[in-house]
Design a protein around this ligand. Structure first.
Ligand code: ATP
Length: 348
């Protein structure tokens, strides 16, 4: 039994999420998972219609009545402020305390990797990005705004509890998934207060996991190594800002936005899964959006719901689609969103 809240959202979210649901319903029918789905009308259309972004009672329902949330994409040129996206996505991250942003960087087919001489054996990392504090809390201020003397302060929040729980989540994952190592990445040589805390907490937590090799890289070195020698890297844990940046680098290494899924997770509680890409207004409504990132996100959701073997099956099926060129235009194929899904379901 698992209750899943579904928010297709904006743009191509409305095209890829129904395809993800077809895959989930197929697996549910086959394996008797007891999945139930409830759709929520949230996104730009709703905001433009009645001003609603994220009703508090819906957030409370997410917390109390659901095991997972499946989100398509949020973003619409008619809402330049993106206020609805902020309220829905950032609102969920903070109010549901989804402190793990989990971003696998797994290359499923060598031909989509921009690195010379690197293939799926070399590009297989998992990034744990801290998702609730760091530089993205909005704490700070502006002084003498708009004048030549303007001062703008953006403060980075690092709490002992926040740092410890994300580092611990990375080690727990490494142990459960039998991964090779955990790398913590910060900028402690320049950010001497907050990242000194990361250094100390990392050492303390690592000592509790003597079975898992661990090491540290400054984030500039991490970026270089992801490109130069990705095979050195396995599980990576880092701050909110640095995680944001290196996971987009990672998406490029694994074949682009159409092949990247992500989870916003509070282990053991309701968590949110989504493709990494946005609403892609330029191709919305044409039936050509790549649904594979959504499939990978659905796979991550199934692992969260206790079915890791089904995530592996979805990954294998995506691998099969890629190998046979059963992909949409932006990956060099000619299939529609629906046809890609049909091919994938026939593999499952
Ligand atoms: P948003 O404001 O919602 O983030 P965006 O257009 O700025 O939207 P993305 O939607 O992430 O950013 O994508 C950038 C471009 O990449 C899109 O305009 C689109 O051309 C392409 N793209 C993204 N996702 C997909 C996909 N699933 N299938 C095909 N092309 C995609």
């Amino acid at each position: 039994m698992a209750r899943i809240a579904v928010i297709p959202g904006d743009g191509i979210g409305n095209e890829v999420i129904p395809e993800g649901l077809r895959v989930l319903r197929h697996l549910d029918g086959k394996h008797g998972l007891g999945l139930t789905f409830e759709h929520f009308d949230l996104g730009a259309e709703r905001y433009l219609r009645d001003g609603t972004t994220m009703p508090p009672e819906v957030m409370a329902r997410f917390r109390d009545e659901f095991d997972a949330i499946l989100l398509g994409a949020l973003g619409d040129p008619r809402v330049p402020s993106n206020v609805h996206a902020k309220d829905i996505l950032l609102g969920s991250r903070f109010q549901l305390d989804l402190y793990v942003n989990l971003r696998p960087v797994r290359l499923l087919d060598a031909r989509y990797c921009p690195l010379k001489g690197k293939g799926p054996d070399e590009v297989d990392m998992v990034v744990f990005r801290e998702n609730t504090e760091g530089l993205y809390t909005g704490i700070g201020g502006q002084f003498k705004r708009g004048t030549e003397d303007e001062v703008a302060i953006e403060q980075e929040i690092n709490t002992r509890k926040g740092v410890e729980r994300i580092i611990r989540a990375a080690f727990e994952y490494a142990r459960a998934q039998k991964r090779r190592s955990v790398c913590m990445s910060d900028k402690a040589n320049a950010m001497r207060h907050g990242h000194d805390l990361w250094q100390r907490v990392f050492k303390l937590v690592a000592a509790e996991y003597p079975d898992i090799p661990s090491f540290h890289l400054y984030v500039d070195v991490l970026a270089m190594e992801m490109v130069r020698a990705p095979e050195r890297l396995d599980v990576i844990v880092t701050t909110n800002l640095f995680g944001d940046i290196v996971t987009d680098l990672g998406a490029a290494l694994q074949g682009g936005l159409g092949l990247a899924g992500s989870g916003n997770i509070h282990p053991g509680k309701v968590s949110l899964f989504e493709p990494v890409h946005g609403s892609a207004p330029d191709i919305a409504g044409q039936g050509i959006a790549n649904p594979l990132a959504t499939m990978l996100a659905c796979g991550m959701m199934l692992t969260h719901l206790g079915h890791p073997e089904l995530e592996a099956q979805i990954q294998d099926a995506v691998r099969g689609n890629l190998a046979d060129g059963q992909v949409t235009r932006e990956l060099g194929g000619s299939m529609s969103t629906k046809d890609v899904t049909d091919a994938l379901i026939s593999r499952l």
